[in-house]
Write a protein that binds this ligand. Structure first.
Ligand code: ATP
Ligand code: ATP
Length: 152
């Protein structure tokens, strides 16, 4: 029944990693830090419906900030404000986690911290090249809760 499902879902958290439930990078709605917040762009952002939007510099794997759509409340589209100005003002530093992190640990981090989204990365460290982080996707508190409720 439902209660047994929830308990079972909660117990499963230690067996699953953030990579198992994240939203893959190619499906993430992101913004280039050089975006200009004119009427058209702000309309597009609002229509997407996401509250938290990763902001990248250059390549989509280079996430430097998070935009919270409520940060747009005081922006006048006629001012054509650069997104970089908004990012500097609110300065939401993204939380980065390893793809291997277990979901119970992810849940604790979300509940302790002040961010409900994390950027999922994988460290590549081989002898023949410099170590680098690959960005795999994003995970939010909702993704973890869905695992507990097993509502997918
Ligand atoms: P909230 O409910 O707090 O307004 P939201 O609806 O924007 O937030 P969540 O509820 O946190 O988003 O997540 C719902 C699903 O959408 C999750 O699977 C999450 O990984 C995904 N998601 C969240 N933000 C984005 C984004 N910017 N682009 C693509 N998918 C996202
Ligand atoms: P998010 O971090 O998802 O963008 P948020 O920061 O507005 O959203 P939550 O993360 O849902 O809010 O909640 C964080 C904490 O702040 C919770 O303890 C919640 O009860 C509290 N909180 C949220 N909104 C308010 C509010 N309007 N006034 C006072 N406390 C609030």
């Amino acid at each position: 029944d439902n209660e047994a499902n929830i308990i079972s879902g909660a117990l499963q958290l230690t067996n699953k990693s953030v990579e198992d439930v994240m939203t893959k990078i190619e499906d993430v709605f992101m913004l280039d830090v050089n975006t200009v917040l004119d009427f058209e762009k702000m309309t597009e952002i609002m229509h997407q419906g996401y509250t938290r939007i990763p902001v990248y510099d250059g390549e989509k794997t280079n996430i430097i900030s998070l935009l919270n759509t409520k940060d747009l409340a005081l922006i006048d589209p006629d001012d054509k404000t650069p997104l970089s100005t908004v990012c500097k003002f609110y300065d939401h530093r993204p939380l980065f986690v390893d793809y291997d992190l277990r979901l119970d640990a992810m849940l604790q981090t979300f509940l302790q911290g002040n961010s409900h989204m994390a950027i999922v990365q994988k460290l590549h460290n081989t002898d023949d090249q410099d170590p680098y982080f690959e960005t795999l996707g994003v995970i939010t508190l909702e993704d973890v809760i869905e695992e507990i409720l097993q509502s997918e």
